[in-house]
Design a protein around this ligand. Structure first.
Ligand SMILES: Nc1ncnc2c1ncn2[C@@H]1O[C@H](COP(=O)(O)OP(=O)(O)OP(=O)(O)O)[C@@H](O)[C@H]1O
Length: 246
C-alpha cells in the first residue's frame, strides 16, 4: 500500500521516471521523501539522474510518469503554490547580469511578495554573512563566479523557503563561504524547513546530511538515514562499492 503523506513531509517523490529519448530512462521509478528538518543529500555518478530529478522537483522539467508533491501539493497541478514554498539554486545560476546585486535581490523578494522589512532584514543578514554587502551596488556582470553563487544563495533565502533545493552547491565556493552555507542550511532545517541537494563531495554529505540517497543509472539503489546507508563503512567506500558495474 502507498504510504500516506504526513504533515512533516515537505517533499514526496513517487515513482518518478523521465526519458529524454524514447526507450532510455534518465530516471527510473524513483521514490523518496524529505521531511521537515531533513538535510537530504543526493549522490550518484556523472549522468546518474540527479539534475533530472532536481529539475523535476523544482518544477522546471516536465514529466509524465510519477508524481512530486511539495508540502502535499502536486508540482504538476499546482506549480505556483509549490514554487512559493521552494527555492532552487542550479549548479550554474543564470542571473540578470544587467542588474545590480541589490536590484536583483529586491526583484526576487517582490516576486515572492516578501514584506519590505523582511526583505531588508534577510538581505542584510545573508549578505553580511557571505561578505557580499559591499558589492551589492555593483552590476552582476562584474561579479566572479563565486560572487554570483553567493547572490543566488541570498536570493533563495529571501522568502524563507520550506524546501531548499540545490544542485552541487559547494562547487566554486571558497572554504569560508562553504562553511557559512552549511551553517545556513542547518539553521533553516532547525526552523522546520528541509533541504534536498546533490553533491559529489562525499565528506560533506556524510558530515552534513541526516539522510542520503544514492542513484545509479537512473535508479535509486540506497536511501535513508546516513548511518544506515553508510553502515560500518565510510560513505565513500559504500559509494565506490555500489558504483561498480554489475
Ligand atoms: N536535455 C537532455 N537531453 C537528453 N538527455 C539528457 C538531457 N539532460 C540529461 N540527459 C541525460 O540524462 C541522464 C541523466 O543526466 P543528469 O544530468 O540528470 O545526471 P546527473 O546525475 O545530474 O549528472 P552530473 O553529476 O554529471 O551532473 C544522462 O544520461 C544525460 O545524458
Amino acid at each position: 500500500m502507498q504510504r500516506q503523506t504526513t504533515k512533516k513531509d515537505i517533499l514526496v517523490i513517487r515513482n518518478f521516471s523521465k526519458s529524454y529519448q524514447k526507450g532510455k530512462k534518465a530516471v527510473n521509478d524513483l521514490s523518496l521523501s524529505v521531511q521537515a528538518g531533513d538535510i537530504y543529500g543526493f549522490i550518484g555518478h556523472n549522468g546518474a539522474g540527479k539534475t533530472t530529478t532536481i529539475r523535476a522537483v523544482a518544477g522546471i522539467l516536465e514529466f509524465r510518469e510519477g508524481e512530486i508533491l511539495i508540502c502535499g501539493h502536486s508540482i504538476q497541478k499546482e506549480p505556483i503554490l509549490c514554487k512559493s514554498e521552494i527555492a532552487y539554486i542550479p549548479d550554474n545560476p543564470d542571473l540578470y547580469e544587467y542588474l545590480t546585486g541589490i536590484q536583483y535581490l529586491t526583484y526576487i523578494g517582490d516576486i515572492f511578495q516578501v514584506s519590505a522589512a523582511q526583505k531588508e532584514a534577510r538581505i542584510r543578514k545573508y549578505s553580511d554573512l557571505l561578505e557580499l554587502t559591499e558589492h551589492l551596488g555593483d552590476l552582476i556582470s562584474s561579479y566572479s563566479h563565486g560572487m554570483k553563487q553567493k547572490l543566488a544563495i541570498i536570493s533563495a533565502l529571501i522568502h524563507d523557503p520550506r524546501l531548499l533545493i540545490l544542485d552541487e552547491p559547494f562547487v566554486g565556493l571558497d572554504p569560508q563561504a562553504s562553511y557559512h552555507l552549511k551553517s545556513i542550511m542547518k539553521e533553516l532545517c532547525d526552523k522546520g524547513s528541509a533541504i534536498f541537494f546533490s553533491t559529489h563531495v562525499l565528506e560533506v554529505a556524510e558530515k552534513l546530511c541526516n539522510k542520503i540517497a544514492i542513484i545509479k543509472n537512473g535508479r535509486l539503489i540506497a536511501s535513508g538515514p546516513t548511518e544506515e546507508v553508510r553502515g560500518s563503512s565510510s560513505l565513500e567506500e559504500v559509494f565506490l562499492e555500489v558504483a561498480k558495474d554489475e
